[in-house]
Structures are given as C-alpha cells and as structure tokens.
Ligand binder design. Structure first.
Ligand SMILES: [Zn+2]
Ligand SMILES: [Zn+2]
Length: 201
C-alpha cells in the first residue's frame, strides 16, 4: 500500500464544485495555452500538474494529473481535444479500505478570440466554449480540467468488483476472513419456509 501524502491547503487553493464524493482544488495553474505563440495549424501538447482532492471523510490528497491534447488553430478559432488522466485513492464504499480511482476524462474546448472580456460557457456533451480577449497572450484551462474531473468522478468506488465488504453485524472486513456471525433469517420469511415445506411433502 503506497503512502498517501497530505497537504496543508494554502491561500492559492481554489475549491471546485461539490460532488457527492470528491472536491478538487487547483493548487497551481498548469494547463496554460500561449495564444501569442500558437501559430495556425495542428499542434500536439502535453501538460502535467497537481490538483488537491478532498472530501469529508478522507484527508487532502495531492493528485498528479496529465493532459494530452491536439490543438488546431485557424485564425481566431482554436479547438482543443484531449484526454485528462490521473489516479487517486478513495475509501472503498464496501470495505472502507483505500481503493484506486482511475481518472480518465475527455476534454473538448473551443476557444474563440474576440474583442471582448473572457467568458466560459458549457455547451452540449461537456464541451466548453471559452471566449478570450484578443489582447490576451494566454488562456488558463486549469479550472476546466478540475470541472471535468468533478463531473466524471465515479459515484461508487470499489477496491475490487468482488469486494465482500464489511459484516453488517460485527464490522469485520470479509475480504480478510469470514466472521463467525450466524446467518440470521428475517422472521418475516419464516412463513415462506413453511409453504416450501408443505410443497415438498
Ligand atoms: Zn472494498
Ligand atoms: Zn460478523
């Protein structure tokens, strides 16, 4: 089991949207596209950075995230199609042991360069449309990375599909060893048992 590092949240940390399980905070902007250096045509680029993830039951964790994307520019229209990947540990919903969650989320952004202030809107199927002012030399997409990860974060986390979970009576981790709790039958099913016995007679 690898050690999960904890961090102190700093003033630079900006928190994202609350999902059912996980919050992501941006530690430091890392996905920046230099518009002044981006010529017309196709480009392949890679970014890597860290996000903090935190929820009510788990300590803050620094998560390495990588983004690989193809960028196409035609004058003032830029499209970014890429994949965000990473992984982090969360408690398994059945046994509460740390489970690895693989983050893999597509990123699709359309950037329009206009003579207006910067805006971001979310289009259909998770596409972001970012409008940047024509005097801006760069655009920071780090917050969009965080938003994509929050939206696609799995609602249920399992350490293994076959995880047996905890015994509801004694709390033992049934993946380690079976417990000695008797399998009790709900008394409301007793009537069914007698019907079955009658049929078999
Ligand atoms: Zn489990
Ligand atoms: Zn038990």
């Amino acid at each position: 089991m690898h050690q999960v590092p904890t961090v102190q949240l700093t003033d630079r940390t900006r928190f994202g949207t609350l999902s059912s399980l996980c919050l992501f905070g941006v530690q430091e902007a890392f996905m920046i596209i230099r518009l002044d250096k981006l010529r017309d045509g196709s480009h392949h680029q890679k970014w890597s950075g860290t996000l903090t993830s935190v929820d009510l039951v788990y300590p803050e964790v620094v998560t390495d995230v990588e983004v690989v994307a193809d960028i196409h520019r035609l004058s003032d229209l830029i499209t970014v199609r890429g994949l965000i990947t990473g992984s982090l540990a969360r408690p398994c919903d059945r046994c509460l042991e740390p489970a690895e969650v693989k983050l893999e989320t597509p990123l699709h952004v359309v950037i329009r360069v206009r003579s207006v202030a910067m805006t971001t809107e979310e289009g259909d199927d998770g596409e972001f449309i970012v409008t940047v002012a024509d005097e801006d030399s760069e655009v920071d997409l780090t917050d969009l990375i965080r938003d994509r990860l929050v939206v696609d974060f799995p609602l249920v986390v399992h350490c293994d599909e076959a995880c047996k979970g905890l015994c509801p009576q004694c709390g033992a981790n049934l993946n380690i060893a079976p417990c000695t709790c008797a399998v009790t039958v709900d008394p409301r099913w007793e009537a069914l048992k007698s019907i079955r016995n009658e049929n078999s007679e």
